[in-house]
Design a protein around this ligand. Structure first.
Ligand code: MN
Length: 231
């Protein structure tokens, strides 16, 4: 059977609507996985149950992470925060890390991985470089510089690539047990990955909106590792 990949999503505070751009689902389907949406909840034991039937986890994009998770007061530039989503995703991530399940984190997802594993975020980038493009999501906006020896480097097979960019937060203090696998010209951390064996990778851009081979290879890697570990 194809591996089941759990995808996180947003939930509207007022109307209770779950939102997830279908590009994420399509990317998992194209890569050979079965996408399953995991709605955020505080119900005890729910994250554990969700992970039991998922062979891999895709942490999707969304609002900002509450800085109380790394002990900082909220900055005036802090954007929309969803307490239930933060709680659910950080719980899920810690469980998946403990179980050695593969995780791909996208945009907010790289931030959730870093915070769950004990790192911190910059609440509002002020580097003089724009990371919030107004161009269409499919448009490449800035370059990243990739550590060629990293897992990301093995997937991308290049030391420099163009990506899109829709974030104003980024990894600040790297979580223990992780390394930086890509940065942009201003030094902003654009990708991190776990130091040990296993597949835990976060990217700050949105590969689900890009159609190049490298972006698709990221999803294929998640699904391939999930398939192997699920056997
Ligand atoms: Mn960026």
């Amino acid at each position: 059977m194809k591996p089941v990949i759990g995808l996180t999503c947003d939930v509207g505070v007022e109307n209770g609507l779950l939102t997830l751009r279908r590009q994420y689902l399509d990317a998992i389907i194209r890569a050979g996985g079965i996408p399953v949406v995991l709605p955020p909840t505080r119900e005890p034991g729910q994250a554990e149950t969700c992970l039991e039937f998922c062979q891999g986890l895709l942490l999707t994009g969304g609002g900002d992470v509450d800085p109380s998770y790394w002990g900082e007061p909220p900055s005036p530039a802090l954007g929309y925060v969803s307490p239930v989503r933060d709680y659910f995703e950080i719980t899920l991530t810690n469980l998946a890390l403990a179980a050695g399940k593969p995780i791909l984190g996208i945009c907010r997802g790289i931030q959730v991985i870093n915070v769950a594993a004990g790192g911190s975020l910059c609440q509002d980038l002020q580097t003089g470089m724009n990371h919030q493009q107004n161009a269409p999501r499919t448009q490449l906006f800035h370059d990243i510089f990739i550590e060629t020896t990293s897992r990301l480097g093995q997937i991308y097979m290049t030391c420099q690539a163009g990506v899109n960019s829709f974030h104003h937060q980024a990894v600040a203090r790297l979580a223990p047990g992780f390394k930086v696998s890509a940065t942009s010209l201003d030094g902003t951390i654009e990708a991190i990955e776990i130091n040990t064996a296993g597949f835990v990778l976060g990217v700050q851009w949105h590969p689900e909106d890009l159609e190049d081979k490298c972006s698709q290879a990221l999803f294929r890697e998640l699904v391939a590792v999930a398939e192997l570990s699920g056997r």
